[in-house]
Design a protein around this ligand. Structure first.
Ligand code: NDP
Length: 298
């Protein structure tokens, strides 16, 4: 089996390099790759890459993820998040490959408090969410053999992340203010990558199209950014880290305390029953992955 991965150096892409490796020959690209084009802004280039390699599976972990910047850079966000997935869908369909793609809870409007199901009405609040939704729609319309994984609040040990920012702020000052009216489940890039590998194996061994569709993938449980921050500081304190702030000095504040160019959903909870039932997979509680990541970065 041959797998072609786009976006190999992002949070999820990096972990996919590990989790997809045992499934077959893996060709992993980023936007700077030279032998083969891995730049999603170059639609002809990525098409030529797929036609040259003729992979069995294309995994697209690349995306325009700068949520606030997208508000003033909508053309590039649209090219990378909507047009490129559409182009990948066309060429995947032409060579008979599966297309695996990632999307986001930002396709929803964040209302209510129930975890979103896959076929709930969408209503993105920002440019990033709208472009990601259009990417999903183009794939679903143009490539029957697709797996779209919507996830939320992704973190990884590598690179900058929310936990690292909280630890830095807790070293610098004795009080933190963190948003307590947005809810979701922090989800590890490592978990997403491992789930992807299991899904790919099932999809390839099942009857054509049996597993095709959109799935919500997030760690179990839920919290707010405030609860997430408190958990990070509790773990850090148990690990003996010298911090000025503690989990008791994290003040809850509303979203309006930190105005941003892009509007973010309040309810990012995702219902993952379809994924668990369809693939027989279990999603661990979010604290488990965050605690493990903290042991790596502290
Ligand atoms: P990252 O921002 O960590 O990685 C995205 C990758 O895409 C980066 O390596 C980036 O490269 C690359 N990229 C950007 N533009 C291009 C381009 N034109 N051509 C090729 N590569 C490009 O994101 P994540 O790993 O966290 O996200 C993976 C997926 O999950 C995405 O589809 C995202 O929308 C989705 N998602 C992410 C969430 C999150 O909280 N992070 C939440 C929900 C969904 P470079 O570093 O060079 O810019």
């Amino acid at each position: 089996m041959k797998i072609l991965l786009f976006g190999k150096n992002g949070q999820v892409g990096w972990e996919l390099q590990r989790s997809l490796a045992p499934l077959g020959e893996l060709v992993a690209l980023d936007r700077h790759s030279t032998d083969l084009c891995g730049d999603l802004a170059n639609l002809d280039g990525i098409g030529a890459t797929v036609r040259q390699l003729r992979p069995d599976v294309i995994v697209n972990a690349a995306a325009y993820t700068a949520v606030d910047k997208a508000e003033s850079d909508a053309a590039l966000a649209h090219l990378v998040n909507a047009e490129a997935p559409g182009a990948l869908a066309d060429v995947a369909s032409a060579v008979g490959a599966w297309l695996v793609h990632y999307s986001t809870d930002y396709v929803f409007d964040g209302s209510g408090s129930q975890p979103w199901k896959e076929n709930d009405p969408t209503g993105p609040l920002c440019v990033y969410g709208r472009t990601k939704l259009e990417g999903e729609q183009r794939i679903a319309a143009r490539c029957a053999k697709h797996l779209i994984l919507r996830t939320s609040w992704v973190y990884a040990a590598r690179g900058g992340n929310f936990a690292r920012i909280m630890l830095r702020l807790a070293r610098e000052g004795d009080r933190l203010s963190v948003i307590d009216d947005q809810f979701g489940a922090p989800t590890g890039a490592d978990l997403l990558a491992d789930v992807t590998a299991h899904m790919v194996r099932s999809a390839l061994s099942g009857a054509a199209g049996r597993f095709a569709g959109t799935y919500h993938v997030a760690a179990a449980g839920e919290t707010s950014w405030h609860g997430y921050a408190r958990f990070v500081l509790e773990c850090a304190s148990r690990a003996g880290l010298a911090l000025k702030a503690s989990s008791y000095t994290v003040d809850p504040v509303p979203t309006t305390a930190f105005p941003t160019p892009a509007v973010r959903p309040h309810n990012s909870r995702l219902n993952t029953a379809k994924l668990q039932d369809s693939f027989g997979l279990y999603l661990p509680i979010w604290q488990q992955g965050v605690a493990r990541m903290l042991t790596e970065i502290t």
